[in-house]
Each structure stands twice: as C-alpha cells, then as structure tokens.
Design a protein around this ligand. Sequence first.
Ligand code: COA
Length: 342
Amino acid sequence: MKKILEDIKILDFTHVWFGPYTTMMLAELGAEVVKVEPPWGTIGRMGPGEIYKGVSTTFYALNLNKRDISMDLKNPEVMDMIKELVKQSDVVIQNFAPGTMERLGLGYDVLKEINPKIIYAALSGFGQSGPYSRYGSYAVVAEAISGHTYATGKNYDYEGPPINMAGALGDLGPAMYAAFSIVAAIRHRDRTGVGQMVDVCQVDTMVAFNCCASVAYDLFKESPIDRRQDRPRDPQRIWGILPVKDGWVQIAGERSKAVENLKEELGVDEVNKDMVVARIKDMTKLEAFDWLAKLGFPCAPIYEAHEAMWDPHLKARNMWVCLLYTSPSPRALSTSRMPSSA
Ligand SMILES: CC(C)(COP(=O)(O)OP(=O)(O)OC[C@H]1O[C@@H](n2cnc3c(N)ncnc32)[C@H](O)[C@@H]1OP(=O)(O)O)[C@@H](O)C(=O)NCCC(=O)NCCS
C-alpha cells in the first residue's frame, strides 16, 4: 500500500521527546526522515528512561523508521552538505530553544533562500514570539503553565499540592499538533507551490487542551475546580475509580441504559455506587471490567502500561510491534503481574 507521505523528505534536527515524536509520526505516514545528530550523540540517547544497551529506552521508542546521520553543525565544513540536504528536502524540523538554529546559520530566512518551497517547522516550548519565547522548556513546564498540573493535583486532593501528569503529554500532544500542522503545510505547498514556517509550541498546545476548563471559567467567571468542590456531584453516582480484588476499574459514564441493566441484574429498583463496589470487590479487574462493560457502562481495567501489552483487544488491534533488535520479549517483563487471562 502506498503511504500518503511516501514522496516527502524530512531533514530532522529534533531532540529529546517533542520533536522526535513528531518526525516519527510523519515517518509512520511514509516520509523519509533523515535525523541529524551531533557526533557525540543527541541528549535523548541518555534519557529520560532506563538505559538499555547504552541508550535510553525512550530513544528507541521515539525514533523508529528514521535514517540517522551525525554532523557537527558548528563545523563550517559541513554547511555545504547541510545546504545540499535542505535543497533535496520538503520539510526541515527542529525543536531547539528559539534562536539556536539562527545562531547555527540555519534559520528559516537562510533556508528559504536555498529552497523557497521549504516547510520549516520550528517547534519550541513557548513559541517563536512573545515575552517568554526564548525560555527553554520540557513537558512539565507546558503542563504547569497551562493549568494541567494544578488540576491534576486538585482533582486528586483539593487541599493538596499540584501533581505532575504522567506520560509526557506536554511533549506528545504538541507533537501531534506539529505533525498535523506540517501535513497541512505540505497540502498548502502542493496546491500553491509555496512553503512556509510552522510555529508549534508545547505551551499553546497544552493551553488548547485545557479548552473545556477555560470555557467553563469564561461562562461562570469562577474556577471550575473550586465550583466542583463547593457543589460536588452526587457521590453515589456510578462513576470513578472503584477498588477490586487486584487493583481498580474506571467507570467513566453513568449511561441510563447501563443503569437500567444493572437494576435488572441486581433485581432492585434503585442502584448506587456502594452497591456496585460491594458487587465487584471480590472480582479481578478483568472480571469487573467484563461485567460492567457488558451491562453497558463505559469502563476499563486500570492497567500499568505494560499490562496493556497482554490485553486481548489491544493485541487484536495489532498495537504491539516486536523490535527484534532491542526489545526483551514481553513475557520477560514482570510476568508475575500479568493479568490472569493472559
Ligand atoms: C530542550 C531544551 C531545554 C534543551 O536545551 P539545550 O540542550 O541547551 O538545547 P538548545 O536547544 O538550547 O541548544 C542545543 C545545543 O546543542 C547544539 N547542537 C545541537 N545539535 C548539534 C549538532 N548536530 N552539532 C553541533 N551542535 C549541535 C546547538 O548548537 C546548541 O548549542 P549552543 O547553544 O551552544 O549553540 C531546548 O532545546 C528547548 O527548550 N527546546 C524547545 C522545547 C522542547 O522541545 N523541549 C523538549 C521537549 S521533549
């Protein structure tokens, strides 16, 4: 099958998580990605993530399907080579702190002279303009300034401190926006012959991801977190994280037909959360999930990430690819904690 970006060449100066995840998404769509690393290795090789055979696990995870070359961009002798690569490329992507590429002589103004059709994606923490634009950033920075860190803590314990989100969503979310914007810029170039600079940053994305909280504040002129605390919803509604024999399940919606099914199942006229908790407490999370999902509740077992590797649905969706040269077999991972149906 032909992939949609098969004719697209990407010159990739990205590092750490945000940029590499962007270019990996484009590689998934068929683009040829040439990753340029310094001769001493990009910082993403050393972390975060455990070191496996000398390289961080996250580096393996975020750099699939790319070619890799090393070049010292501060060596004037490589500039001709870089310029030749720029001529041959459709897209240049970098996520250094704003100003770094310009200092290296590889800013948009220079590269568009070499290739007027070039799409130049400058990914950053705070964007290419504005008072904070020169500041460095990692995922947690964008999560903090956009309200997610505060909300994560307060949703757990209203009196407690902010809590970091898990999973570097402040990198991976912006990366998806970046990939989406680059594909839109390619579409524009294909229609008009004109390239452009694409400015996607972590903070803008994470602010956009908080749109529901911002709209709620705008409408009520009151913090939605404080509002929920002052006027809590019915604590007996069938919702939330519920304990079971080997962990927890998540119920994410009190669907009316599920409630009717539950009444019938229990042979009662009214149901509430305590009744569900009492019914599932001796089940495993997979048994509780099965029971609740079949009644019609939107729900899930609460897994640690590796447990999802054995989930029959996710296996059936072909979510796992075995990296023969890097990965231990899934069975080597914590088999004592595998879900019982595995
Ligand atoms: C992540 C971040 C804080 C790291 O800071 P940093 O390691 O000081 O990186 P910078 O982007 O400022 O600069 C990279 C340095 O490596 C150098 N470098 C990178 N690739 C190179 C290469 N191939 N050859 C020679 N030097 C290279 C750059 O020249 C620069 O050094 P300089 O400042 O002495 O010129 C910063 O890159 C940043 O804020 N990026 C934008 C937000 C982002 O994407 N964060 C990461 C999320 S996972």
